[in-house]
Design a protein around this ligand. Structure first.
Ligand code: DMJ
Length: 530
C-alpha cells in the first residue's frame, strides 16, 4: 500500500512538473496549467499581470510530502528553484487564507525541516532560503489586518495591499486560521507583528461568539458584524476549530485551550445528531441545514487528536459509508433524504477522510482503518487517475471528470495516505500538521509548558519509549514493539485483531474493559463507542 501511494504521489507530481510548473496547478486532462493562487475563490483574472508565471504553488505544497517520502534530492532542487525564482512582488490579488495555508505554511514547514537537517543539501547551502521568502510574504499580508476591528480582509494584492472597493466580507476560517503559520513565522523571525496580527483577529472573532459559544460563517471585517448566522463544522468554519486546538498543542497557551474547549462543547451540543453534524443558528442553537459536507470529514481527526476517539470512530464510519455509497465523497449530501445535493456533487480530490483515517489508525492501531485507506486508494486510482495526473470529479453520480488537480492532493491527500502505511517520518517526534497538511514540529522554545530539555529533533531520545499520547489511549498488546505492562491485559486471539466472535477478543490493557468483535470482524472497544 505504501508503494502504491508513493506512485500516486509521483504520478501527480511528475505530471505537474512536466506540464504545469512553474504555474500553480495542473490541468491533468489537457496537460495544461492554471494559476489558481490568484484564482482561488472568485476568479479575478483581470488582476493577473501579463506573463505571470504563477507561484509554483504545487511545488511549494509538495515540499513536505517529498520529505515524508524521503526524496531529499527533489526537495533540494525545489528549494533551489524557489529561492532563485519565486517572487511575491506581483500585481496579483490573492485570497489571504488560501495563500497563508498553502504558500506561507508550505514554506515555513519546509524551512523548519530543512534548517534542522542541513545534511540533506548536497549542491547548495541552505542559508534560510525559504525563510526569506516566507518573511517577505508575511509582510505582504500585514496590510490586510489594518481594519478597525483587526479582522483581516479576505483578499489582498501582493504588490499594492488592499485594493480599492475590496469586499469587506470574509469567513470565520478566513480570520481564525492564521495563527499557526503566522505564529511560527514570528517565532522564526523574532518579528512579533505576524503573530500579533493573527492573535488579535482570533481574539476579536472569539469575542463575537454568541452566548451559546457558537459563531457564524461570514462577517464584515469593518464592522465586526455577522452576515451569515448559520454555521457548522464544514466550509467557512472548519479550520477555525482546528487551529484553536493545534495552536494550543504548538504554543501551549491556556488561552487557546479555553477557547477550543468551549467551542468544542458547543459543537457537540448544538451541531451533533448521533454520528452526524448539521448546521445551526449561532443565536438560538436551532438546526438550520441537515447536510453532510465533504470538508466536515476532518472532524473525526480533530476529535482523535483531543482524545475523543469513540466519537471520532462513530462519525468516521458514517463518512466512509457515504464514500462507499458513491465511490468518493460528494461535496454535499442531504442527510434527511439520504441523497446528493442537486448542484454540489463534485469531489475535488479532497483529503479529509484520508486525514481522519490516518489519525484514527495512529490512535487505535485498528487494522480496520488500513482497509479504509485501501478502499480510498482504490477509488482514487479507478475513478480519478488519468494519463496526465489525477483529475477532480465533477459529478459523483456520473463520475464525469474535471480538468483540475488541486495542490492539496499533493500536500494532504497523498501525504496522509502514505503516513497511514508508513509513519516513519513522524515516529518518535511530535508534529502538528497545519490544515494544509504541512508538519510543524512541537518545540520547547515556542511552547509555554514544555521543559527546556524537550528536544523534538533528537530521535534517539525516544528509542526506549516510543509511545505517543495517541497510541497509549488504546491497548494493543505491543505498542511499536515495546511491551506494555498491565495487570488486566488479555491479548486478542489473533495478532492482527481479526475475530469472528466476542470470545476471540481479549481485555484492553489500559481501561481493563472487555474488547468485542465488530461487524467488520475486528476486536475493539466497540461496546463503548456508542
Ligand atoms: C484544504 O485546502 C485545507 O484542508 C482547508 O482547510 C480546507 N480543505 C482543503 C482541502 O479540502
Amino acid at each position: 500500500m505504501r508503494d502504491k501511494v508513493r506512485s500516486m504521489f509521483y504520478h501527480a507530481y511528475d505530471n505537474y512538473m512536466a506540464h504545469a510548473f512553474p504555474h500553480d496547478e495542473l490541468k491533468p486532462l489537457t496537460n495544461n496549467f492554471t494559476d489558481s493562487l490568484s484564482e482561488l475563490g472568485n476568479l479575478n483574472l483581470q488582476f493577473l499581470p501579463q506573463n505571470y508565471n504563477g507561484s509554483a504553488l504545487s511545488l511549494i505544497e509538495s515540499l513536505s510530502t517529498l520529505l515524508v517520502l524521503g526524496n531529499f534530492t527533489e526537495f533540494e532542487k525545489g528549494v533551489m528553484w524557489l529561492s532563485e525564482n519565486l517572487t511575491f512582488d506581483v500585481d496579483a490579488r490573492v485570497n489571504l487564507f488560501e495563500c497563508n495555508i498553502r504558500v506561507l505554511g508550505g514554506l515555513i514547514s519546509a524551512h523548519i525541516l530543512a534548517s534542522e537537517n542541513k545534511s540533506w543539501f548536497r549542491n547548495i547551502s541552505y542559508n534560510d532560503r525559504l525563510l526569506h521568502l516566507a518573511r517577505d510574504l508575511g509582510q505582504r499580508f500585514l496590510p490586510a489586518f489594518e481594519t478597525p476591528t483587526g479582522l483581516p480582509y479576505a483578499w489582498i494584492n501582493l504588490k499594492h495591499g488592499v485594493m480599492e472597493n475590496e469586499t469587506t466580507e470574509t469567513s470565520t476560517s478566513g480570520c481564525g486560521s492564521l495563527i499557526l503559520e503566522m505564529g511560527a513565522l514570528s517565532r522564526l523571525t523574532s518579528d512579533s507583528r505576524f503573530e500579533g496580527a493573527a492573535l488579535r483577529a482570533l481574539r476579536k472573532l472569539w469575542n463575537m461568539r454568541s452566548s451559546l459559544d457558537l459563531l457564524g460563517t461570514t462577517l464584515n471585517v469593518l464592522t465586526g458584524e455577522w452576515i451569515e448566522y448559520s454555521s457548522g463544522i464544514g466550509a467557512g468554519v472548519d479550520s477555525f476549530y482546528e487551529y484553536l486546538l493545534k495552536a494550543y498543542i504548538l504554543f501551549g497557551s491556556d488561552e487557546y485551550w479555553d477557547m477550543f474547549h468551549s467551542a468544542y462543547l458547543a459543537v457537540q451540543k448544538y451541531f451533533r445528531h448521533g454520528p452526524w453534524y448539521h448546521e445551526a443558528d449561532m443565536r438560538s442553537g436551532k438546526a438550520t441545514y441537515w447536510q453532510l459536507t465533504s470538508l466536515q470529514a476532518f472532524w473525526p481527526g480533530l476529535q482523535t487528536l483531543v482524545g475523543d476517539v469513540a466519537a471520532a470512530n462513530l462519525s468516521h464510519r458514517e463518512f466512509f459509508y457515504v464514500w462507499k455509497k458513491y465511490g468518493v465523497l460528494p461535496e454535499r449530501y442531504l442527510l434527511e433524504h439520504a441523497t446528493l445535493h442537486p448542484t454540489e456533487r463534485y469531489y475535488p480530490l479532497r483529503p479529509e477522510l484520508a486525514e481522519s483515517t490516518y489519525y484514527l489508525y495512529q490512535a487505535t492501531k485498528d487494522p480496520w482503518y488500513l482497509e479504509v485507506g485501501e478502499s480510498i486508494v482504490a477509488s482514487l486510482n479507478s475513478h480519478t487517475k488519468v494519463d496526465g495526473g489525477f483529475a477532480s470529479v465533477r459529478d459523483v453520480s456520473t463520475m464525469q471528470l474535471e480538468d483540475h488537480q488541486h495542490s492539496f492532493f499533493l500536500s494532504e491527500t497523498c501525504k496522509y495516505l502514505y503516513l497511514l502505511y508508513d509513519d516513519s517520518f513522524v515516529a518518535g517526534r511530535n508534529f502538528v500538521f497545519t490544515t494544509e497538511g504541512h508538519p510543524l514540529p512541537v518545540r520547547s522554545l515556542w511552547h509555554e509548558r514544555l521543559p527546556e530539555a524537550y528536544i523534538t529533533s533528537n530521535r534517539t531520545s525516544f528509542k526506549t519509549s516510543r509511545m505517543s499520547p495517541l497510541s497509549s489511549q488504546v491497548c494493543p498488546e505491543m505498542i511499536r514493539g515495546a511491551k506494555v505492562e498491565s495487570a488486566c491485559h488479555v491479548p486478542d486471539l489473533r495478532v492482527n485483531h481479526r475475530c469472528t466472535s466476542d470470545a476471540e477478543c481479549g481485555i484492553d490493557s489500559t481501561s481493563c474493559r472487555k474488547r468485542t468483535c465488530s461487524i467488520a470482524g475486528y476486536c475493539g472497544l466497540w461496546r463503548f463507542v456508542h
